[in-house]
Design a protein around this ligand. Structure first.
Ligand code: CA
Length: 229
């Protein structure tokens, strides 16, 4: 489903490079948005937090290094992984790149295959459910490859929306998600859904999780939203 696809923001001022990256990332199943300068990139991140940023070092005005530094010092954007791209190959620049907090660093000209592998590696860390992995939380196990959920060894029946909701919760146990954040993540930005719909589906998910007994693992946080555990 579209809404579950991880989003990547590509920040690159050279149109041909931008196109190659967009094409390859989309082929890998990512939802891609692009910016050709640092100011736009910062604005786009403020509007919709991507799951990954591929950031060119050399950008007009606000450089990639500066964009990276700003995002990594803000508590709300610090966790978004950043892969820096650079034509510079000197070790000192590599060190400088990592010092700004970039999660990875790729030198141009890069191999597309290698860059895609590195993008997937970042997402395995931050969005494991999008990368076909099995997630476990207490006695619940979710296999994002086969779309199966077990609790205490018993197979549970979940609708597609409930599955995506549970995957979102299980990627970050303990995190409190607002209804709006769940709408963005599970239903997608472009669809108009009432926030009460979230409550309905969380209710269904709770029921499905407890069908063979066991405690309700979901927590309603008054005035804030929902959390797993
Ligand atoms: Ca550039």
């Amino acid at each position: 489903m579209t809404a579950q696809r991880p989003t990547v923001l590509v920040v690159e001022d050279e149109p041909a490079q931008r196109e190659i990256l967009t094409y390859n990332l989309e082929s890998e199943g990512f939802r891609v948005s692009t910016a050709d300068n640092g100011e736009d990139a910062l604005m786009m991140v403020a509007e919709e937090m991507p799951d990954l940023i591929v950031l060119d070092w050399m950008l007009p005005n606000v450089s990639g290094i500066e964009v990276c530094r700003r995002l990594k010092t803000r508590p709300d954007t610090r966790a978004v992984p950043i892969i820096m791209l650079s034509a510079r190959s000197e070790e000192v620049d590599r060190v400088r790149g990592l010092e700004t907090g970039a999660d990875d660093y790729v030198i141009k000209p890069y191999s597309v295959v290698e860059l895609m592998a590195r993008a997937r590696a970042q997402l395995r860390r931050t969005r494991p459910a999008s990368q076909g992995q099995v997630l476990d939380y207490e006695d619940i196990s979710l296999d994002s490859d086969t779309h199966r959920v077990h609790r205490g060894g018993q197979l549970l029946k979940l609708g597609p929306t409930e599955f995506r909701l549970l995957a979102t919760f299980m990627e970050k146990p303990g995190r409190v998600w607002s209804r709006e954040q769940l709408l963005d993540r599970v239903w997608g930005r472009d669809i108009y859904v009432d926030t009460r719909t979230v409550d309905v589906h969380v209710g269904r998910l709770r029921k499905a999780l407890c069908v063979h007994g066991g405690e309700d693992p979901l927590r309603t946080v008054r005035g804030a939203g929902y959390a797993l555990g």
